[in-house]
Design a protein around this ligand. Structure first.
Ligand SMILES: Cc1cc2nc3c(=O)[nH]c(=O)nc-3n(C[C@H](O)[C@H](O)[C@H](O)COP(=O)(O)OP(=O)(O)OC[C@H]3O[C@@H](n4cnc5c(N)ncnc54)[C@H](O)[C@@H]3O)c2cc1C
Length: 291
């Protein structure tokens, strides 16, 4: 693609769009409307040996202050559609979770109620194996359709061939998740709607709302809750200032906007050290930090 291409955004301000409202600029962000845009972009010799980044809804990503210098891709257009086929749903990677959940409710398809409360996209979900309320995206997936940047090929892999685990989904290097094929189970519209609202209420009561955060900062270690480990390891100063944890949920931020991403990263390390000193457990980040 030529630099003047209308799908290219130079110096994309990630802080403006990320859920954390922090982060550096992306030097070259290409909006991809259809599969051919990808073929065109990666056919260009100028994309060789550059770093690649795919962004979804930026609800779990923090780009360091120096910014990302390379080729970033954001799917839109054709990838925002959901199609009901005979035996599966074909869901574009740019479809938002809450949209898919509402779409399923309208079509009396059950099992996607949990997505109503996650602010990501299906691509981000498949990458992270997102989940809540004892359900994960892998339980619903039949296969993942992705673009292999190196070989410039579109490939489909069945979920049985992939090693999804807790917050560890399809993380194959130099690939772009394009679609997920999802299971269809029919249910009762009213029951589906009730469940969505039940999950929403639980979320409202247990997590801070309308704050600058990324969801859980850390993964839960086996047999532990990260928030409990954090709460029992830190003092009150961690709940104050422009970068701070939530008093409602110690594994969530409640930051001011436009905080330096590098300072957030340092704050995360400070929390990790506190927990390590107290409990001898190293918390693993769930938040994806890009440098
Ligand atoms: C308020 C709040 C609540 C949350 N609650 C939950 C929860 O209950 N459960 C949960 O699991 N998560 C939760 N999250 C985290 C987040 O919503 C999920 O991780 C979600 O799956 C991220 O999707 P995204 O589109 O925002 O991804 P991004 O943040 O844009 O990207 C996340 C990662 O996925 C990669 N990626 C995104 N799209 C693609 C693609 N098409 N191809 C290849 N790689 C891609 C990115 O490169 C990045 O590494 C929460 C976040 C917030 C802000």
């Amino acid at each position: 693609m030529k630099p003047e291409n209308k799908n290219l955004v130079i110096n994309y301000p990630s802080a403006k769009y990320s859920w954390l409202k922090s982060g550096g600029k992306i030097s070259h962000l290409y909006k991809i409307y259809r599969q051919n845009d990808l073929i065109d972009l990666f056919d260009e010799s100028n994309t060789r040996e550059k770093s690649y980044l795919v962004i979804g809804n930026l609800s779990n990503t923090l780009i360091k202050d120096e910014g990302f210098n390379g080729i970033a891709v954001k799917l839109t257009g054709d990838f925002t559609n959901v199609q009901i086929k005979k035996e599966y749903m074909l869901v574009g990677a740019a479809v938002l979770d809450s949209y898919l959940s509402r779409f399923c409710c309208q079509n009396a398809i059950s099992g996607y109620e949990f997505l109503y409360t996650i602010p990501g996209s299906i691509g981000g979900n498949i990458f992270m194996n997102a989940g809540c309320y004892n359900q994960e995206i892998k339980d619903k997936l039949i296969s993942v359709i992705f673009f292999d940047i190196e070989h410039k090929k579109i490939i489909e892999k069945n979920i049985n061939e992939l090693n999804f685990d807790y917050r560890q989904g399809f993380q194959k290097k130099n690939t772009i998740i394009l679609y997920g094929k999802f299971k269809i189970t029919h249910g009762n519209k009213k029951l589906i709607k009730d469940k969505m609202h039940e999950y929403e209420n639980v979320r409202n009561q247990t997590q801070p709302q309308k704050v600058n955060c990324c969801g859980s900062i850390f993964k839960n270690p086996i047999n532990h809750s990260a928030w409990k480990l954090i709460k029992s390891s830190i003092d009150d100063s961690f709940y104050e200032g422009p970068i701070k944890l939530s008093k409602i949920h110690s594994n969530f931020f409640e930051n001011d906007p436009n905080i330096s991403a590098n300072s957030i990263d340092l704050f995360i390390t400070k929390i990790q050290n506190k927990v390590k000193d107290k409990h001898k457990i190293l918390l693993e980040k769930e938040l994806r930090i890009v440098d």
